[in-house]
Unconditional design. Structure first.
Length: 365
């Protein structure tokens, strides 16, 4: 499933190095910043309002002016507009205006200092960087979420990134320097079981979620949460036992991987018949050279139906290889003669580069 990003964001993301988004720290710092900024802004406004009321009242009491002239003169003084005196001031009134202007300057310096300290203490640049990354996450569609960057999750992320997929990973215990060399990753530092962290990945628009946490119970929770937020998402979960794998499937997991069982089976097959080393090299080649395996089912509209393998020119025209055919009767043909005629319902197991496979599937199905 290929990642779709609106506009030209795909190129932008692939050229950038990995980005780590500290979810919990971001929300905490952001809320703290807004809270302190709001309180200090309200305090500064209160001091200016106090100065305005004090200046207006003083002019009424000292100079005997009416409310309108006193308020107008107080505003002119506090805003330092300098239009001149509304009425002639007595010496006492002038001393009063000097005190008000000095107080106004003190309030201004105090307000600027409070705003500056709020910005510095609240780590405003980190908040801005977090908001920028949040906007990038909001533009992702059909992306892949990997929860847990242990041995399994990291390997999956690296291979998917090599294939050009947009990977958004969640990991609670990871240092910034651990991931900066991998291109195309967005790593959210936090607990994937927390709602605000999981939803920060854009799970409502994601195509696949891989629950790769070490604890099976945590992967069960992730499966339930993922299906709740996005019923159409494909969930691949990690398990350690077949019994728990069934529980994950009942909870909504579309596929369950048992890494220990897979490794044990491969060891046994190597002992029994060998050849696993070649398979490992082939899988490594797939990961680095972007070679894919696909099953292509032929329909009655396919131009291959009725033609032989030799006449089809599959290798020459599409640069892919057919290595297995699953016939409609359920039989597998691993040794395919060039005179084998393609029929409706045949499933061709082919491998090749992604762009060649996409073209082949489009033209023959």
């Amino acid at each position: 499933m290929k990642t779709k990003i609106r506009g030209d964001q795909a190129t932008h993301v692939r050229k950038k190095s990995s980005k780590i988004f500290h979810a919990k720290d971001h929300f905490k710092v952001k809320n703290s910043l807004y809270h302190r900024f709001g309180k200090r802004l309200l305090l500064a406004f209160g001091l200016y309002l106090f100065a305005l009321v004090a200046a207006t009242s003083s002019l009424i009491l000292v100079e005997g002016w009416n409310f309108s002239d006193s308020l107008y003169m107080a505003v002119l003084t506090l805003t330092t507009v300098g239009y001149g005196e509304v009425n002639p001031l007595t010496p006492t009134g002038r001393y009063l205006m000097i005190v008000i202007m000095l107080f106004d300057n003190v309030v201004f310096v105090f307000a600027v200092g409070m705003m500056g300290s709020t910005i510095l203490e609240g780590d405003l640049m980190n908040v801005f960087r977090g908001e920028k990354l949040m906007k990038l996450l909001d533009k992702l569609e059909n992306h892949i979420i990997i929860v847990g960057l242990g041995r399994v999750g990291r390997q999956a992320a690296e291979v998917l990134s090599n294939y050009g997929q947009q990977v958004v990973a969640i990991e609670k215990a990871i240092a910034d320097e651990e991931i900066t060399e991998q291109e195309g990753w967005i790593v959210i530092k936090g607990d994937g079981r927390e709602e605000n962290v999981l939803r920060a990945t854009g799970i409502e628009r994601a195509g696949t979620l891989c629950a790769c946490l070490p604890a099976e119970g945590d992967n069960l929770v992730l499966t339930i949460m993922a299906k709740e937020y996005n019923p159409g998402i494909t969930v691949i979960a990690r398990a350690h036992s077949k019994s728990f794998a069934q529980r994950l499937r009942r909870a909504g997991a579309d596929n369950v991987i048992l890494p220990e069982a897979v490794a044990g089976t491969r060891v046994a097959l190597e002992i029994l018949g060998g050849g696993m080393e070649k398979l490992d090299r082939f899988l490594e080649l797939r990961a680095t050279s972007k070679i894919l395996l696909e099953e292509v089912k032929l329909t009655s509209r396919s131009p291959l139906v009725g033609r032989t393998l030799g006449d089809s020119r599959i290798r020459e025209d599409w640069h892919i290889v057919v290595f297995l055919i699953s016939a409609e009767d359920g039989q597998y043909e691993a040794t395919i003669p060039i005179g084998r005629v393609f029929k409706v319902g045949d499933e061709l197991w082919v491998f090749g580069r992604q762009e060649d496979l996409n073209r082949f599937i489009k033209e023959v199905t």
